[in-house]
Design a protein around this ligand. Structure first.
Ligand code: HEM
Length: 450
């Protein structure tokens, strides 16, 4: 990372640089919807390749100010941009003390549908909730202890989706996401929730409001209806679902599952975006696609397993287009940096695309490089953090990679997917920095395999 000169010493961005950061980084991130993506806005920013500008702007800031963190010139809030890889690790490894996951802006947003969620909790409550999440989600296990059932569900829905797509000759986002949500509801809440679109719709409404953070109050009636439906599903504790595991997992005073499960449902949704983008990458990159096919053709997909290459394609999709672009922390004490001291209560923004797409450091920044995830040394200490890292790392990472990779594997095993659009995923050109999942379309044909 280049050391800046002059202005670097203060670590405080000038007013014009603060305004440029707002226009190039903060506004596009917020406008596209932090909690629920707004398809039309995403489409508009996709055409502008907005994240490319954001990354270029962050690079300019790093040139100008050095390693930072760079404090923005905002009245009433101490807020800093993290520009140095070592600072990323320091902050994420130092969560939740002195870098709390329960950041001010995140709390305001997530309060709309998960006021007692682990991500916006602190202290003892957070510790209890984290333990509960890890216990049910089997955080450390690549293959969840209930994988037999999960894999059977995923296969069932993937087969139905593939048959439908073959019938129409096409696969589009709207069909893909309906099938994906069926998987999610069945895995989390049980088969009885398969067609409960209403619970998903209520959550979508709450998430749409959460995009407005503290500008909108929580709509109690929608939240109450959502919680009621969720509680009914959880009380069913249907065998084979996470709800059943919840019922047999010891709970502490602050681990009401109705407060924890909304994050799971919410987080499974962008996994569908990651999956359809991975399918688009595989449809346009023959060599990685050949390797993935070799992997899935050589195994029995009814046996739960870690499909390493298919997972790597998913990880690459979420590196290229992170679904949590803004990882936020608030400091709980004064913290000291090369640029000076920042007060307790400073918000730190780690803008993931800046690190994931840094073409000054990564020769694979703008290409599809699943091999990076297959070799531990692939990215060394460089922060590739689509699932965050440290004590606040996503506890659902292994579960979501198991479900999505199996879903993709089942589709690819039986069918060919030819990308009809968008037309910007050419292996010979840098991949776009922004890619709307809502416009991805495939022509589908049978591969003649069961
Ligand atoms: C592609 C899908 C997913 C991605 C990219 C992802 C990414 C992340 C990231 C970056 C964080 C940290 C956020 C922060 O620090 O502000 C996080 C937290 C979390 N994720 Fe995921 N996630 C995904 C799916 C899931 C799923 C399916 C579940 C549960 C079934 C889940 C459960 C959680 C929970 C409970 C937290 C809060 C952890 C804590 O604060 O200790 N995630 N996720």
């Amino acid at each position: 990372m280049n050391q800046g000169t002059g202005v670097a010493a203060s670590g405080r961005a000038s007013v014009p640089d603060t305004l440029r950061t707002a226009a190039n980084v903060l506004l596009p991130t917020v406008a596209q919807g932090v909690i629920a993506r707004r398809p039309k806005v995403v489409g508009a920013f996709d055409r502008l390749d907005a994240d490319r500008r954001a990354v270029a702007h962050m690079q300019q800031l790093a040139e100008r100010y050095g390693p930072g963190p760079v404090r923005l010139n905002v009245p009433g809030r101490s807020f800093a941009l993290v520009l140095d890889p070592e600072h990323v690790h320091r902050i994420l490894e130092g969560s939740p003390e002195p870098f709390a996951t329960a950041n001010l802006e995140k709390r305001a947003a997530l309060n709309h549908f998960q006021p007692g969620g682990v991500l916006i909790s602190h202290g003892r409550e957070r510790a209890e909730r984290r333990r509960f999440n890890e216990a049910v989600l089997d955080t450390s296990q690549p293959v969840h202890r209930m994988a037999d059932r999960i894999v059977a569900t995923v296969r069932d829905e993937a087969e139905q989706l593939a048959a439908q797509a073959q019938g129409s000759g096409q696969l589009v986002w709207d069909d893909f996401i309906v099938a994906w949500w069926r998987v999610v509801r069945r895995v989390v809440l049980g088969d009885g929730a398969r067609d409960d679109h209403e619970t998903t719709d209520l959550l979508s409404r709450l998430r749409a409001e959460a995009n407005w953070s503290y500008l909108l109050p929580r709509r109690s009636s929608v939240y109450d209806r959502f919680k009621e439906r969720l509680r009914t599903h959880l009380e069913r504790a249907e065998p084979g679902s996470l709800a059943a595991l919840i019922a047999e997992t010891p709970q502490a005073a602050h681990t009401d599952p109705v407060d924890q499960v909304p994050q799971w449902l919410f987080a499974f949704d962008p996994a569908g975006m990651v999956a359809i983008r991975a399918l688009a990458l595989l449809a346009t990159h023959p060599e990685p696609a050949r390797e993935v096919r070799e992997e899935i053709d050589g195994v029995d997909l009814s046996t739960p397993q870690e499909l390493r290459r298919t997972r790597a394609a998913m990880l690459e999709s979420v590196r290229l287009w992170p679904t949590t672009p803004a990882v936020l922390r608030d400091s709980t004490t004064e913290t000291t940096w090369p640029t000076g001291t920042l007060p307790a209560g400073t918000g730190f923004l780690i803008y993931a695309p800046y690190f994931h797409r840094d073409d000054r450091t990564l020769d694979y920044a703008d290409r599809f490089a699943p091999e990076v995830w297959l070799d531990e040394r692939g990215h060394g200490d460089w922060p590739l953090i689509p699932f965050s890292e440290g004590p606040g790392v996503c506890p659902g990472q292994n579960l979501v990679l198991l479900t999505t990779s199996t879903f993709l594997a089942c589709l690819l095993r039986s069918h060919e997917f030819r990308l009809l659009g968008p037309d910007r995923l050419d292996p010979a050109r840098p991949l776009p920095a922004t890619l709307s999942p809502f416009d991805v379309r495939f022509a589908v044909s049978d591969r003649g395999r069961p």
